[in-house]
Design a protein around this ligand. Structure first.
Ligand code: ADP
Ligand code: MG
Length: 584
């Protein structure tokens, strides 16, 4: 029998599209406040929004009638005709948000228009009919959303940790705050202030208020105007590029959007300036005729479709390249590019031999053949099991006086079958990786290198991430103290890190990036150890004396898998006498 769904059920279904987590409620409410012309928006959450999300604005408010009507589906004051849809100036226009939120939470609305004497209070929640009464209220709107998903236990169960949910809330909050520098925004969590953004005269000032002076003073301005699109905003110094995503923002016509495609356009000009999988900070504001872009393809509206995507890509890339060129940014660390040529060895015939058969390999290859750029994109930096393992020990390096350090990069040493070339940085990467993994597995924290305490100020998001798993970070060798106000004091770093201030910051950033990964526990430990090892190896590169070179070689060969870095690149290569003879 065919039946029209009762409205509370259809709202519940629709709610699934609009409201997936506390952050989506924050997004909708903050956008409504901005649409209402607020000059000040105050957001407070309890327990990452799971208990309470409250948004107070000083915008236009609502009449008693609208205060009830706004909870109906498709009730919107923002469009009346089909033409309006093409030229939307506001965030909202579907009239779905409040209906959806009320379907899955307990909502209290208090609102008053500036021109009215008395305000209205509406209490509404999924099951019961709305109750309304006149109240005294400041002008504007105050909306409180309690016990989100109280009636959808499955949803509630799927919410992440408070810190993860709070991070998502901060993201949504910032996406709006960045486009509206003239509006004051405040965010508190469990009574603690996370952001308090005063009205700012410029976007740059707003960026500075949010992300701190360090990042803001290094920004390069982007500005192009073409008939297709106008792009303005800022891109970060390559030195501030980070592994942890978070400081990347695209907006089109005043609306945040996500685009892996355009992200590539921005990153391309940075290619030679930052290590692989680092991304620069950017804040890019695109403007185009509303007809040229469809912001409506995704229910949560963070994906958009451009009419001339390819052209916009080119324009964006050129604009970023030009901005980079105008500021002579140079790379500060000596990074190991994954696409770069591997250890320079003489060509090995086994690599090309048409007779090569993986099931019947030619007798004892020196070093197993791995692609130079490993195609391992899996989350786990799997350690491929190397064939011919036994052979390596025959080829172990000889005594200390036979070690030569080349260009601070390689150690060369005779072995039985010829000579072995060890990539110092990669060797260190392998050594630290195994050390860190061991330490994570140990139960009590061991502190390594104490250092002159370094104070690091973080974004609120990164701050939360960093303090989320104190046991894990302590086992790795960190001594991190919470200083309050998004600031930590770093007293000790894991073994391998030099203690200079810039490196401490970099190290903390690596840690945050690795901790943000939502993989399973075991994967996370591997990832954490691998990425910390990579950055320790990158910053510690200096010259080695003979004893240090020897100790490095010894430690490498004490590893479980000395031949490969945790991400599968070769740590060493052997040039055989046979190959030498062919050369000479
Ligand atoms: P939409 O934003 O898509 O119109 P919503 O469900 O978010 O849909 O809101 C419905 C309507 O409620 C809005 O169109 C607006 O008229 C009114 N409204 C919501 N929030 C506010 C607010 N903070 N101040 C004034 N009016 C509001
Ligand atoms: Mg809305």
């Amino acid at each position: 029998m065919l039946q029209v769904l009762p409205q509370n059920i259809s709202n519940l279904i629709a709610a699934g599209e609009v409201v997936s987590r506390p952050a989506s409620v924050v997004k909708e409410l903050v956008e409504n406040a901005v649409d209402a012309g607020a000059t000040s928006v105050v957001v407070s959450v309890l327990d990452a929004g799971k208990t309470l999300i409250q948004v107070i604005d000083d915008g236009c408010g609502m009449t008693a009638g609208d205060a009830v009507l706004c909870f109906e589906r498709h009730a919107t004051s923002k469009i009346a005709t089909a033409e309006d849809l093409a030229r939307i100036q506001t965030y909202g226009f579907r009239g779905e948000a409040l209906a959806s939120i009320a379907a899955v939470a307990e909502v209290t609305l208090r609102t008053r228009r500036p021109e009215d004497e008395i305000g209205t209070m509406v209490e509404i929640s999924g099951t019961s009919p709305a109750r309304t009464q006149p109240v005294a209220a400041p002008s504007g709107t105050h909306i409180a959303v309690r016990n989100l998903f109280y009636n959808v236990p499955a949803r509630r169960k799927f919410l992440k940790s408070d810190n993860a949910e709070l991070r998502a809330i901060i993201q949504e909050f910032l996406r709006v705050a960045l486009i509206r520098p003239e509006t004051a925004f405040k965010l508190t969590s469990n009574g603690k202030e996370i952001h308090n953004l005063r009205p700012a005269a410029t976007r740059k000032k707003r960026i500075q208020d949010i992300f701190g002076m360090n990042l803001a003073k290094e920004l390069a301005e982007v500005n192009v105007d073409t008939s297709l699109v106008r792009i303005s905003g800022y891109i970060g110094n390559p030195e501030d590029a980070r592994k942890s995503a978070g400081n990347q923002f695209f907006f089109v016509n005043g609306r945040y959007f996500r685009s892996p495609f355009f992200h590539r356009a921005v990153c391309k000009p940075y290619e030679k300036l930052v290590p692989d999988d680092y991304a620069p900070a950017y804040f890019l504001f695109l403007e185009t005729e509303p007809e040229r872009v469809d912001v409506n393809i995704h229910p949560a509206k963070t994906e958009v479709k451009f009419e001339d995507e390819g052209m916009v890509f080119e324009i964006l890339m050129a604009a970023v390249r030009e901005a980079l060129g105008k500021n002579d940014f140079t790379p500060s660390i000596d990074f190991d590019m994954k696409g770069a040529p591997d250890i320079p060895v003489f060509p090995r015939h086994a690599d090309y031999s048409p007779l090569f058969n993986p099931f019947n390999p030619p007798s004892a290859p020196d070093v197993p053949v791995f692609p130079d750029t490993p195609q391992m994109t899996d989350a786990t930096p799997a350690v491929p099991q190397a064939p011919g393992y036994g052979r390596l020990f025959e080829d172990e390096p000889a005594a200390a006086n036979n070690l030569i350090v080349l260009q601070r990069k390689y150690i060369v040493t005779p072995v039985k079958s010829g000579m072995m070339v060890i990539d110092i940085r990669r060797a260190r990467q392998r050594i630290f990786y195994e050390r860190y993994l061991e330490k994570i597995a140990e139960q009590q924290p061991v502190r390594q290198q104490s250092l002159f305490p370094v104070t690091v100020r973080l974004s609120p998001e990164d701050y939360l991430t960093l303090l989320e798993q104190p046991d894990l970070t302590a086992r790795l060798g960190f001594d991190i103290q919470d200083f309050g106000g998004n600031t930590v004091v770093v007293n000790a770093l894991p073994e391998g890190y030099p203690a200079d201030e810039e490196q401490v910051r970099r190290c903390i950033d690596e840690l945050v990036a690795a901790l943000k990964d939502d993989s399973s526990l075991e994967d996370q430990h591997h990832l954490l150890a691998a990425s910390m090892a990579e950055s320790a190896a990158a910053c510690g590169a200096g010259s080695l004396n003979a004893a240090e070179a020897q100790s490095l070689v010894d430690r490498l060969f004490a590893c479980r898998e000395p031949k490969l870095t945790p991400d599968g690149r070769r740590c060493l290569a052997i040039v055989t006498f046979e190959e030498l003879e062919k050369k000479l």
